[in-house]
Design a protein around this ligand. Sequence first.
Ligand SMILES: NC(=O)c1ccc[n+]([C@@H]2O[C@H](COP(=O)([O-])OP(=O)(O)OC[C@H]3O[C@@H](n4cnc5c(N)ncnc54)[C@H](O)[C@@H]3O)[C@@H](O)[C@H]2O)c1
Length: 382
Amino acid sequence: MSIRIGIIGCGGIAGQHARGYATCPDVEIVACADISLQRAQQFAAEFNVPRVYSDYRTMLAHEKLDAVSVCTPNYAHCEPTVAALEAGLHVLCEKPMAMSVAEAERMVGAAQRSKKMLTIGHHFRFVPFIRFIKQRIDEGLLGDIYFGRSHALRRRGVPGWGEFHIREKSGGGALIDIGVHALDCIVWLMGSPQPVTVTGKTFTMFGNRKSFFSAWGDYKREDFDVEDFATGFVRFSNGATLSLAASWAAHIAENEDFTQLILGDRGGVVVRPFGEGAGVRIQSARDEALLDVIPSGFPEKHPHIEEIQHWVACLRGEAEVLVKPEECLNVQRIIEGIYRSSELGREVRVEELSPPQQEVRAARQEQSSSAKKKSRSANRRR
Ligand SMILES: NC(=O)c1ccc[n+]([C@@H]2O[C@H](COP(=O)([O-])OP(=O)(O)OC[C@H]3O[C@@H](n4cnc5c(N)ncnc54)[C@H](O)[C@@H]3O)[C@@H](O)[C@H]2O)c1
């Protein structure tokens, strides 16, 4: 029997989902919904979708669906996901899982109550050499893993479409947008240890400057109220540690650097998910020799398409979801931990990440008025 899919949010990434579903036999996108009916109609015309809606709730009520792809901006991940799960559908929601730990917890809770599948669009996990190295690491290649270093750095890459630069719509900047991919990948490769404490600091150095040139399209500088650089340090319950940095804009040497480094007592790996130098490299030592291994010959596969094909296999009951919502909730905890730590100026325990308390609200107010003053005087200087 054919699998009936609905798409919620018909922008850029929804196209990748549609192209992925199109490669799967007996899968139909039967309806799509977007708050912009025009976008939904364009999407429907491009991907042969029979019915369009301007409200996903109407689509959920009127259509007989098996699953939905939630491809809306970050602020609209939690509500449609929870509504679809409660309507008895399986959900593939785009990254980041949510805007906050509280939202991510609601999504995990809804999946557990409904007993429906929930997964998040972390396509790095579907890159063939990353799946290869994951298996080798799980077999013990690195021994006792004690350190990870995660980079998700762009030199000039603030998204110039959508509302990625507006905190209310995105939940944050570079960290929640691209750091989340790298974090999901490295924490999974490290064996999904439980984060215990997080410390971090975020910076808004370029994105709100009138003179700043971004190679990824234009946006209103005065609306930019998120970080363009974040750094953090995480301690896990198994004793392992992780340091990370994420940027949309920074004076780095490369256009992009998404290098992930993992160290264990038997070996280390460097993973570059895409771009120049993409692949994995394994380092170890034997007697007096240093050993470097570069596995090669991997098939060229499109990770977004692989992700959808895997999702369809899950829907058919032929596979188990690879990107587990509980793992993504932990990544959300790390991200929120970094934001919270930056606001408070101290390390935070993951267990204290509940809805913001008085201390956080006060720190936020103070920071936002001093950031506005700084940006006004920086723009006056330019
Ligand atoms: N996995 C990846 O590689 C990847 C790549 C790009 C974007 N994304 C994620 O996908 C999401 C969407 O990004 P995009 O680049 O496609 O954005 P986009 O702006 O191109 O598309 C979003 C669409 O959602 C619609 N929308 C907004 N609110 C809605 C609502 N409440 N109900 C229905 N539709 C609504 C908008 O009108 C728009 O058409 C983001 O969360 C982003 O982080 C993931």
